[in-house]
Structures are given as C-alpha cells and as structure tokens.
Design a protein around this ligand. Structure first.
Ligand SMILES: [Zn+2]
Ligand SMILES: [Zn+2]
Length: 344
C-alpha cells in the first residue's frame, strides 16, 4: 500500500508499505477514505517532534472497516467509521475514570516511538488498536470530510468548552483561529456564550464572524481595551480559550480574562516558559490545560455533526490526492490552507 512517511525535516514522501493485518483480538484494519493534514503534523515536518525516518505519519482519518479481531464488538467489516487520533486501553486507573487522554498505555497515530510507535493514517490502510474505544460508526448523511473532524479538531474544540465549564450567557474569548480555535468558536456559540474571536488573519476572522462571533484583529485593534469594553462590568471574558500554544498568547489570555474567570489552554505547551503568574494569582484565575479527551467527546460531537449543529466544512480549504502529500505539506507549511483533506 501507499503511505506518507517522514524522511527528514521538510521532507515527506510516498512509500510502499505492507498492508497491516490484525494481530491482536482488540484490533481492526481500516481502509482509509479520507485523512487530514493537521497543525501537529507540522511539528514533525519541522523536526520539533522527532520521528524515525520512514515512519508513516498522520492521525486524522475516516475509513471503512476491513477486518476486526475476535474481541471487537462495536464495529464490523463494511462499517464506515471515524477514529480518534489516539488510543486508550480502557482498563487502567485513568481510563476507568474516563480520563482517556492520560491512559497509561495510550498511543498516538503517526508520532513514531515518541508516542507509542503506532503507524500513521496518511496511508491506504491503518491498523487500529483498541478499536472498540478508538472507532465510531459515522451516522448516515455525515460526509467523510465532516466526520474527519470528530476524532481530533472538533473534539479538541469541544474539549475547550467542556473543560472550561462555559455556560450559556457567559462571554468566551477564543485566541487563535486555526481549525481548533474556529471549532471552539462554533462549540462556544452552541453552548450559548457570546464569543470574541481573536486572530491576525483576515480570512480567519471573517470565518469566525460567519459562525456568529465578534471578530477582533490582534494587531489592528487594541484587543485588551476592546474586550474590556465589550464585556462591560464583567471586566473581561468569563473564559478565555488559548488555541495558540505560545507564551505570548497565554499571557494575553491571563489579561483578557475577568477576575475569578477561567483560562483553558488547548494549544500545546511542552517547554519552560515565562508568564506573569502573579496576574493569575491576583485575579484568582483557574487555569486548565492538557490534551483533549477526544475519546470521551467523540459521541456527542458526532451527534452534533450529524444534525448540523456543528459544521466544520467551511474550514476545509484543500482536497488533494494522497499521492500529492509532499505538495500538501508544502502548501500547509506556507500557511495557505486551514484544513487539507487527502484521499488515497
Ligand atoms: Zn490533528
Ligand atoms: Zn488506559
């Protein structure tokens, strides 16, 4: 089969790989119908996340179940399925609490030995461990494009709103309008919040506006003053969702949030960083972070994609063939695309 492999920073290519086979009772084989290129794939592409040369990358996928192990009961061959970007064992101390994102045996597709040596999904076929937890049947009427968001990008946007306990009538500021931020805007609107969407790219601001948010330009407007004015006597947003993952964004989130408000970090932080922690203490802020618990969210997210309450399809800017993956990564790296869907 054809598979997209990491070679060196700035270089991915199409390789020939053996079609995977079921080797354990909990596994399934999925023939991939659509697979996404994601912002986190760029960490690999840039060499910031180290992956072995020749490893298959990618972690967003929709496909058809080809084969299942004896213990798999929730999906059958022939089912069209969406999958989560990571797997969980279902039995460890964290899984039994529903904290699947911190499963002690968790593996993430397409990140090499760093995250469990699980081959990626930018390929014709993918091996899916823990298929009963990782995969869900896609409701009829939900396109492959839309279903592709359930197990990663929309699941992460949903997590930002759920984990921050955003309530109807509150004000949410969303910092960073990449695909995750824009999905968080949709979910926050659906939760009944007023949404202030902040970025520096005009096209992304207009998209957020079309989802019902008030758009604020990071550089052309005084964002702190605007948020203060728009939130009147609250003095700031009840919740700020940082969908960037940069200390400057984190510090701005601390400043945009009202006293006793909540800051939710969806962006990825893996290194030491300097922020004004005193600000968080003095304002009595609650700060939460961490990887999204997409396995816990995928069922409600799929239900809301099915009835159209959530619709990420405007985020898809490019459809390309899997064979053109090298070009797709170049386009994505130049920030010309929001979401690229590859079809094998
Ligand atoms: Zn992703
Ligand atoms: Zn577990």
């Amino acid at each position: 089969m054809r598979a997209v492999t990491f070679q060196a920073p700035g270089e991915v290519r199409l390789d020939e790989r053996p079609v995977p086979e079921v080797r354990a009772p909990d596994q399934a084989i999925v023939r991939v119908r659509a697979t996404g290129v994601c912002g986190s794939d760029l960490h690999i592409y840039h060499g910031r996340v180290q992956v072995e040369p020749g490893f298959t990358i990618g972690h967003e996928y929709v496909g058809t179940v080809e084969a299942v192990g004896d213990a798999v009961t929730r999906v059958r061959p022939g089912d069209r399925v969406a999958g989560c970007f990571l797997t969980a064992c279902g039995t460890c101390i964290r899984c039994v609490r529903g904290e699947y994102q911190r499963c002690v045996r968790s593996r993430t597709f397409g990140f090499g030995a760093t995250l469990g040596s699980l081959q990626g999904t930018q390929a014709e076929y993918a091996l899916i461990p823990g298929a009963d937890l990782t995969l869900r049947r896609v409701p009829d009427g939900v396109s492959d494009d839309v279903a592709l968001f359930a197990g990663d990008v929309m699941g992460t946007g949903y997590h930002g709103v759920a984990a921050s306990e955003l309530r109807a009538g509150e004000v949410a500021a969303v910092l960073g309008l990449g695909p995750v931020g824009l999905c968080a805007v949709q979910v926050a609107k659906l939760a009944g919040a007023r949404v202030l969407a902040i970025d520096s790219v005009e096209q992304r601001l207009r998209l957020a506006e079309s989802f019902g948010a008030t758009a604020l330009h990071l550089h052309e407007q005084d964002v702190r003053a605007e948020v203060k004015a728009l939130t009147e006597d609250r003095g700031g947003a009840d919740v700020t969702i940082d969908a960037v993952g940069h200390p400057d964004a984190f510090e701005l989130a601390l400043r945009l949030t009202r006293e006793c408000g909540r800051v939710q970090c969806l962006g990825i932080y893996a290194e030491r960083a300097e922020v004004h922690l005193g600000l968080a203490w003095l304002k009595s802020l609650t700060i939460r972070g961490g990887q999204a618990n997409v396995i816990a969210h995928i069922d409600p997210v799929l239900a809301m994609l099915a009835d159209g309450r959530l619709d990420p399809s405007p985020l898809i800017t490019h459809h390309m063939a899997l064979d053109d993956a090298a070009k797709a990564y170049e386009v994505f790296d130049r920030r010309e695309a929001l979401k690229i869907v590859l079809t094998p």
